[in-house]
Design a protein around this ligand. Structure first.
Ligand code: ADP
Length: 768
């Protein structure tokens, strides 16, 4: 067949296939004119797709090569110069040439695909069935093709026709249609069609799968929503739980609360807010927590106090051994309270080494007064918020420790122990101390404000009692509000009594041991005290006894014995090897070595001071972790020695030609304070004069430049340490004589005291 000259219409994003009956709109003037021209001729047009739908004035290169010759069936004129053209595709054709000014005119040749040739009919039949199958699947899956059409297509019995029909009726994209139109053989067309349809089916299946999942999810949400709504109704029917019911309970609790009107009104307001917040919101749970805290606080609820001095005395005596001074002070304190009928009273602060029974005395006081006992540990607290709470805007906000303590006590008048008040520190985040001041100040603590609670909490009826190891780190204003009661180290005899009468009984009870099941001989107990513990208090002692009880429990069960007797000999079985050996004094009198006595917050200790002299330039070297005060005290000592050196016949420039090195062993332990003054001076003098110092002498005292000896503190602890180190003569400042005389015979017995007013007295007794 030859070339045909024919008007051409370029279509945007559309391909028309043979046998397709469809319409398209034209508005470009060239296209309109082409249609008009066709109407004048044979009613035929060559329709071809533009490669790029955006091209306005398409030339031949802008068009696909293959298009379709169509017959115009109907024209409708639409507004805005648009022609709607209904056409039927006749056959595929190839565009050979394109020209024309007014409208496009092309030379085209018919381009039918090559047929199946000599393919056997069975092969064609197979292909036909296959295509039908695919098309059927496609239609079922996509539901884009109407039922009638599907049936009509499936009725085709001829492969070529079937291909053409499927191409026309499957709603493929125009690109897919264009590709199909361009195929050169029927076989190729068939294969491409199968692939395209199969792909479509796959895609459709995926899409469905995804959609189903999405749908399932939506369904689930909906289901939950419905269930929740139902639950709400059920709850309402049953009249329990739910915010309404919870609020009701809160309201009931408010009625029963003994609190001021202000507090009750505040809680009522919060209950209203709670109701408005909706049942499950995060806000509701914050408000709930707040309401619960407010309801828990003992606003006006107080426990009954018993101010019976006799009874108090009995309880104190029964629960603690010794501590006479402490008990006396406490009883006085209680007497004053009674006279003032519970009015304002100072705050007691028990100060002493760890394990000396401070907290346990406090507990006894609570017991004696029949007050609830709460203990707040302040060790390591450095943030004001820990005392005063966090504002509720913080996530997870809580009341501070004080209010929390009150809440735990459940009454507004507990005895509250502020433990380790000397271990509080302040940092940039807020002043912990000023918060504590407010707590302890009777003028202010009637209206203590906690950031979380917001309402003023009345602390004026709380009885505060503080404990500390050392008063030095307690800020002055805080210390001024407190009445310090010193609790000192225990002597071995005291420890023995405490161990026998209290600790052992307590631990046996805790370990389920009956009175006759464990016996520890006095000697064994002495050994535990002496060689397994070294402390000011009795905490480790208690631990060791607990350990003996544990082992006893096991032994009784395993061996079937009736009782266990711990003696000095078998003690190792229970506690292992001894930990401490007796601290012996030096064997020999030596030059440049003197024993001093030290006080630390955990008890007394002896410390050896060594001095070496060597040729040099008059330098003074100090090692062994000495604090500033101690170093100054060493310098004062050296000045004193230089000032008296002529008396000892030393050469004038002796000190310019020698270096002095002072060292205190156990360098890991920081040491400070002035009380080693005379010790260092004596050691230096001994080194300078090359005269040995008595090994059984220990000393303590501050030195001045002129060699006067000033008094020092912590004598009891120091003397206990000196005693256990086996010292004989103790040199103490004259001004401390009274303190020594006040100490019990148990501490001072066996020690010889030298009371020194000046260094001369020290020198007279220290040197051999
Ligand atoms: P602190 O608070 O001073 O560190 P604790 O109060 O914790 O010391 O005392 C440690 C243990 O020693 C407690 O079990 C306590 O009962 C006991 N204890 C301390 N001193 C005595 C004493 N004088 N009489 C009886 N038990 C004591």
């Amino acid at each position: 067949m030859g070339e045909i000259k024919i008007p051409v219409v370029a279509l945007r994003a559309m391909t028309i296939l043979p046998e397709m009956i469809t319409h398209f709109d034209v508005s470009r003037s060239k296209s309109v004119k082409a249609v008009e021209q066709a109407l004048k001729d044979e009613q035929r047009l060559f329709i071809v797709a533009q490669k790029d739908p955006e091209t306005e004035e398409p030339k031949q290169e802008h068009l696909y090569e293959i298009g379709t010759v169509v017959e115009i069936k109907q024209i409708v004129k639409m507004p805005h110069n648009i022609l709607r053209v209904l056409v039927e595709g006749l056959f595929g054709a190839r565009l050979k040439q394109l020209k024309g000014e007014e409208y496009l005119e092309g030379l085209v040749v018919r381009a039918d695909p090559q047929d199946f040739g000599s393919m056997p009919s069975s092969g064609k039949e197979a292909m036909l069935r296959n295509l039908k199958e695919i098309f059927k699947g496609y239609c079922e899956n996509s539901r884009k093709v109407g039922k009638d059409i599907t049936r009509q297509v499936l009725e085709c019995e001829e492969l070529e026709k079937m291909i053409a029909q499927v191409m026309v009726h499957a709603p493929l994209s125009w690109e897919q249609q264009q590709s199909l139109l361009e195929t050169q053989t029927m076989k190729e067309r068939y294969e491409m069609l199968c692939i395209v349809l199969n792909n479509e089916v796959e895609i459709e299946r995926f899409r469905r799968g995804i959609q189903e999942k999405v749908k399932a999810r939506v369904d689930k949400n909906q289901k939950e929503y419905i269930l929740r709504e139902q639950m709400k109704v059920i709850r309402e029917e049953l009249g329990d739980e739910g915010p309404g019911a919870e609020a009701e309970q809160f309201r009931k609790a408010v009625k029963e609360l003994s609190a001021s009107k202000e507090v009750k009104e505040r809680i009522e307001k919060e209950i209203q807010r709670f109701l408005n917040a909706g049942s499950n919101s995060a806000e509701a749970s914050v408000i709930r927590g707040y309401i619960e805290t407010l309801l828990d606080l003992p606003w006006d609820h107080r426990g009954e106090e018993r101010l019976d001095l006799d009874k108090a005395k009995k309880i104190l005596e029964k629960e603690h051994y010794g501590l006479e001074k402490v008990k006396e002070r406490i009883l006085e304190f209680l007497a004053v309270r009674k006279m003032l009928s519970g009015g304002e009273s100072p705050i007691l602060c028990l100060v002493g080494p760890p394990g000396t029974g401070k907290t346990s005395v406090a507990r006894s006081i609570a017991h004696a007064l029949n007050r609830k006992y709460v203990r707040i540990c302040l060790g390591g607290v450095h943030d004001e918020a820990e005392i005063r709470g966090h504002r509720r805007t913080y996530i997870g906000a809580m009341p501070g420790r004080i209010v929390d303590g009150i809440r735990h006590a459940g009454v507004k008048n507990p005895l509250m122990v502020l433990d380790e008040i000397d271990k509080v520190s302040s940092d940039h985040r807020g002043d912990t101390f000023s918060a504590l001041l407010e707590v302890l100040d009777s003028e202010q603590n009637m209206k203590f404000r906690d950031h979380y609670v917001e309402l003023p909490v009345d602390l004026s009826e709380v009885m505060f009692l503080c404990t500390a190891n050392d008063t030095q780190t307690i800020p002055r204003p805080l210390l001024d509000r407190m009445e310090v009661i010193e609790v000192s180290s225990y002597t071995e005899n005291e420890k023995m009594h405490i161990a026998k009468d209290h600790l052992l009984q307590k631990q046996m009870k805790r370990h389920g041991l009956k009175k006759n099941q464990l016996q520890i001989t006095e000697k064994a107990m002495g050994k535990i005290i002496h060689q397994y513990t070294r402390e000011a208090g009795v905490r480790n002692l208690e631990r060791k006894l607990a350990s003996v009880c544990r082992k006893t429990d096991r032994e009784l069960l395993e061996s079937g014995k009736k009782r266990v007797r711990v003696t000095e000999k078998n003690l190792e079985k229970y506690l292992g090897k001894t930990i401490y050996e007796f601290q012996e004094r030096n064997e020999k009198d030596e030059i440049g070595i003197v024993r001093g006595l030290a006080w630390t917050s955990v008890g007394g200790d002896t410390l050896e001071i060594e001095v070496n002299l060597m040729p040099g330039k008059g330098n003074l070297e100090l090692t062994g972790q000495m604090g500033d005060v101690m170093q100054e005290s060493a310098r004062a000592g050296i000045s004193y020695i230089r000032s008296i050196s002529p008396e000892y016949g030393l050469e004038k420039d002796y000190f310019q030609e020698h270096d002095i090195h002072i060292h205190i062993p156990e360098g890991a332990v920081p040491k400070d304070g002035p009380s080693a003054g005379i010790t260092m001076a004596t050691a230096m003098l001994s080194a300078v004069l090359e005269k040995p110092v008595r090994a059984d002498v220990a000393m303590t005292g501050e030195i001045t430049l002129r060699g006067r000896v000033l008094p020092i503190g912590g004598l009891k602890e120091k003397l206990l340490a000196a005693g256990s180190a086996g010292m004989k003569t103790i040199i103490v400042p004259k001004k401390n004589q009274r303190d020594v005389e006040e100490l019990s015979e148990e501490i001072t017995g066996g020690l010889e005291f030298v009371y020194a007013e000046a260094m001369e007295d020290v020198i007279a007794h220290a040197f051999v």
